[in-house]
Design a protein around this ligand. Sequence first.
Ligand SMILES: NC(=O)c1ccc[n+]([C@@H]2O[C@H](COP(=O)([O-])OP(=O)(O)OC[C@H]3O[C@@H](n4cnc5c(N)ncnc54)[C@H](O)[C@@H]3O)[C@@H](O)[C@H]2O)c1
Ligand SMILES: O=C(O)[C@H](O)CO
Length: 310
Amino acid sequence: MAKPVQIEVWNPNGKYRVISTKSMPGTRWIDLLVQQDCRVEICTLNKTILSVEDIIALIGDKCDGVIGQLTEDWGDTLFSALSKAGGKAFSNMAVGYNNVDVDAATKYGVAVGNTPGVLTETTAELAASLSLAAARRIVEADGFMRAGLYEGWLPHLFVGNLLKGQTVGVIGAGRIGSAYARMMVEGFKMNLIYYDLYQATRLEKFVTAYGQFLKANGEQPVTWKRASSMDEVLQEADVISLHPILDKTTYHLVNKERLSMMKKEAILVNCSRGPVVDEVALVEHLRENPMFRVGLDVFEVNLNSSKHWY
Ligand SMILES: NC(=O)c1ccc[n+]([C@@H]2O[C@H](COP(=O)([O-])OP(=O)(O)OC[C@H]3O[C@@H](n4cnc5c(N)ncnc54)[C@H](O)[C@@H]3O)[C@@H](O)[C@H]2O)c1
Ligand SMILES: O=C(O)[C@H](O)CO
């Protein structure tokens, strides 16, 4: 039997029934759907991550389309339910679509959309913020101060790393990885080493031109290198930021063995997807290497799950 659902309804007499599994920022997306004669139902259930059963209950017997979230498992079960309800479209409110089984959607005749490009600078700025916070030990120092431990300035207290002249490593130099690389090169005059399956020509041209500009102004020029392997980036870089997609080839890309290749005082930033890093190996590595630092925007272990959280 279908579970009861809690929803907010817009344009109740609309011809097409479109569900959003979560309330989303702004109202423009609702206006656009209403203009297309849609009845929009937004789930208001007080639960952070909806289960497959919750979403099946929301879909019900008639549903033309769904807007879902990256925390939901859009596989065979949900696309089958959507298709049975007459659904023709699913839109993932995310750049990444590792939570969507596109083959299953295709099998059930459901078109899939996502939002590439809308968070490029935003995510790059976040990665830059985490890089700085880790290099300059801002979070540690904040905790120290709030715990009432600060008794006055000392020459060794929370001395961080100078980024200027160091090497920034980017794994996955697509939209976000390239935007981040530019921020770190231009903002902090770091040298760049990157690894991607494809050449990041525009990024290379940018770093070359910026290096020439610095040289012409009597400053040390910045440099770039396209690494032939990811391991080369891990061995050479002082700050490494992860920006690949999550798929079978990038699952646990950073594992115990690869962590051990990195400099003992390196900084690792992850703003891609949690499972790109093996978190158990990461915790162990942090315990063994107290000067190694990480800045994480994404986590492998879901906070809502019963699995142990570090
Ligand atoms: N933290 C956040 O809030 C946030 C926001 C947006 C996107 N993301 C994540 O960032 C990812 C990247 O977004 P984007 O817009 O830059 O995508 P993109 O497609 O422009 O870039 C991804 C890059 O990864 C590269 N890549 C794929 N497999 C690789 C591998 N095995 N090794 C090295 N590189 C590989 C691709 O060639 C591509 O250049 C998204 O898929 C999403 O998971 C996170
Ligand atoms: O992939 C994305 O778009 C982000 O992680 C959502 O914030």
